[in-house]
Write a protein of this length. Structure first.
Length: 669
């Protein structure tokens, strides 16, 4: 094992990590895998922390309390100042729901558990990641948990086992195996939890405690290994993207790259080591922790307050701002505490840390108790902001991967009773849930009983379901349909999601080819075949079929943009999306539905576009001071109420069939 000396190249390696993360988060083109910078940090942290622990043990002066006091001195002051700043800015900018969520994340972070919170929030209807100012603290929580556990584990293994390094390596392999397994089975756990991330920190730890080799690397070997290590990191940074299954096997590239760089430059100062040891790289490495802390909240709050997408100029200015804030934090917060100019004693720093945890934890909980202090916002801004979530009755009518799979279907009509037989089945994904206000009102007006079967992210098409959960749900709907005197079936979905992915380029729900690759032409063909097959199946069974087009998407989050504009006293009347662009986006699905409907009088297409777009050619995001959307694609309750006349023909037809007592379905059966 090497002697404990300052390594400039390791600070330079920190610079590589933080640059990759910051540029990735700000969407700089090309760095699609910049998120691996966090993994670089993990390996470096494991190496340095283990080096400190082991050298102090070898010298007979290691103290658990002193170690944890040093960690508190290193991490907490800058983190606590950041949290206070985020809470202060959030007071002026954030909608109540989001401010409450911020308080929740503050409470979890000061308990070193924010990774657990964000893992549970990695769901379909949770707040978008770019609206969580403390999301990046998940990695700090992982490291903090490691710091608490690892010194105890290392001490136990080293004092009880002769071959303790082999035992430690076995722990690494177990953690890596868990990571590989979880990536396929529980990706959110693989990403956020310490047991699946520990192997990355342990990779650095193993390097720190490796026995000193009697044979030094030759200079040429060190150069090659160093170049290989940098190459592995850069391949991950430039070749990976959000669709890469991660961490698991994919994380081997950055992890082995860091290990190779640290090991090679331990023997010789290589060409790569010279670059990493340059004044610029070392300087950026020194402020990397504070820069990492500040970059994400700046991005989130800029996104929150901006009414337009970031252009290159604004992106550059924001990155520069994060760098300045990172420097100031390092210069005036990190350094005085690390150099023991403030709270120099071990007891002082631990008591201060405890008080900070208590005060900030209570502040975070207070935001939970007060529902995010809605009184902070002007009434009209609050009205817009409140559209960002559905009322509990709507949320209770959708199934997802976090709730019971056998949740009863919701029913609407004169009695809305579960035992009242349904005449109309509304079948689809979460866009079916968004129609509930219109379904309820029409059901009462026309005396038609409705059964709603909506499952998040699930196409109502056989064989094209996204995962087994959706396939099982569709089978359940088919079984329920056989037991009900349904005459009409309405299919509703966010069709474009399965054709082209979402606005951020995520093709996770888009239909793939046989090899799992995304091709828009393949997706279009598969969706067309799937819709035709489902419609044909329903028509053969005697059901009248209604194909519901999706509402115009908005290229932003309307409740947030509208509330921000209202708070800035800017007009909101003309906020929306051009009708021509909407029609261009939906050209394929419009043609497909028209072709299908033209073949059979028992098939009708329903189009929400005329109700949401006006003669000026704008699909508006608001009307009469209410947001028409709850996010960039789901209608709010105000938007859903505009669907009453759109859905009226369905209920009129179902009601007429009920009055005559004649049913195509009964005839077919």
């Amino acid at each position: 094992m090497s002697s404990l000396v300052y390594r400039r190249d390791i600070d330079g390696l920190r610079a590589v990590a933080v640059i990759a993360v910051v540029l990735f988060h700000f969407g700089v083109p090309g760095l699609t895998g910049g998120f691996v910078g966090v993994d670089v940090f993990f390996v470096i942290s494991g190496y340095l922390i283990t080096s400190i622990i082991w050298h102090q043990r070898e010298a007979g002066r290691f103290s658990f309390v002193e170690f944890w006091a040093r960690r508190a001195r290193r991490i907490l002051p800058a983190l606590f100042v950041l949290i206070v700043a985020v809470l202060a800015v959030g007071w002026f900018l954030m909608a109540p729901k989001d401010y409450e969520a911020l308080g929740h994340s503050v409470r979890y972070q000061v308990m070193f558990a924010s990774n657990l919170l964000f893992m549970r929030q990695d769901g379909y209807f949770d707040v978008a990641s770019d609206l969580k100012p403390l999301l990046h603290t998940w990695s700090l929580a992982v490291e903090e948990q490691f710091y608490i556990v690892f010194p105890l584990v290392l001490t136990l293994l080293a004092s009880r086992f002769k071959h303790w390094r082999l035992a430690l390596f076995s722990v690494l392999l177990i953690s890596f195996g868990l990571s590989v397994w979880a990536v396929a089975q529980h990706p959110e756990k693989a990403f956020f939890l310490l047991p699946m991330r520990a192997w990355e920190l342990l990779a650095g730890a193993m390097l720190a405690v490796a026995p000193v080799s009697k044979t030094r690397l030759t200079s040429s070997a060190a150069q090659c290994i160093s170049l290989l290590g940098l190459g592995l990191i850069l391949i991950a940074v430039f070749a990976y993207d959000k669709s890469t299954p991660f961490p698991g096997i994919a994380a081997l590239l950055p992890v082995l790259g860091v290990v190779a760089l640290i090991w090679a430059n331990e023997h010789h100062t290589t060409w790569v080591g010279h670059i990493l040891s340059s004044r610029l790289m070392v300087g950026l490495g020194l402020i990397s922790y504070s820069w990492y802390l500040w970059h994400w909240p700046v991005f989130v709050f800029a996104s929150y307050a901006s009414v337009e997408e970031f252009g290159p100029g604004l992106t550059g200015a924001l990155i520069a701002l994060t760098l300045v804030l990172g420097y100031l934090s390092w210069r005036y917060i990190e350094t005085p505490f690390r150099e023991r100019r403030l709270l120099a004693g071990r007891r002082q720093i631990l008591v201060a840390a405890g008080l900070g945890i208590l005060v900030l934890g209570l502040a975070g909980q207070a935001l939970r108790w007060t529902d995010g202090l809605p009184s902070r916002l002007p009434e009209h801004a609050l009205q817009y902001a409140n559209a960002s979530h559905w009322r509990p009755e709507l949320m209770a009518c959708i199934t997802d991967d976090k709730g019971p799979a056998d949740k009863p279907f919701c029913r609407y009509g004169k009695t809305a009773s579960a035992v009242e037989p349904a005449q109309l089945l509304v079948w689809g994904d979460s866009h079916g849930t968004a129609l509930i206000p219109a379904l309820e009102a029409n059901a009462r007006e026309h005396g038609v009983n409705v059964m709603l079967a909506s499952s998040a992210g699930c196409l109502p098409l056989e064989g094209l379901e996204h995962g087994e959960r959706c396939a099982a749900y569709n089978r359940r709907v088919e079984q329920a349909l056989q037991k009900e005197p349904v005459t009409d079936v309405m299919l509703v979905a966010r069709w474009s999601l399965y054709l082209y992915g979402d606005a951020k380029g995520d093709h996770g729900h888009a239909l793939k080819d046989a090899d799992g690759r995304y091709d828009p032409a393949v997706a279009e063909q598969k969706l067309a075949d799937g819709v035709r097959a489902r419609v044909e199946q329903l028509r053969k069974a005697g059901y009248r079929v209604w194909l519901m087009k999706e509402a115009p998407l908005q290229p932003f989050n309307p409740p947030y943009r509208l509330s921000r504009l209202a708070m800035l006293h800017k007009p909101t009347a003309d906020v929306g999306f051009p009708l021509a662009e909407h029609l261009k986006q939906k050209a394929f699905i419009n043609r497909l539905f028209a072709q299908i409907a033209a073949t059979d009088a028992g098939i009708t297409v329903l189009d929400p576009t005329p109700a949401l777009c006006d003669a000026s050619g704008l699909c508006r995001a608001q009307r009469d001071g209410h947001s028409l959307y709850t996010d960039d694609n789901h209608l709010s309750e105000a938007g859903a109420r505009l669907m009453l006349p759109v859905l009226a023909p369905v209920f009129e037809e179902a009601s007429a069939q009920a009055l005559t007592g004649v049913s195509e379905v009964n005839t077919a059966r």
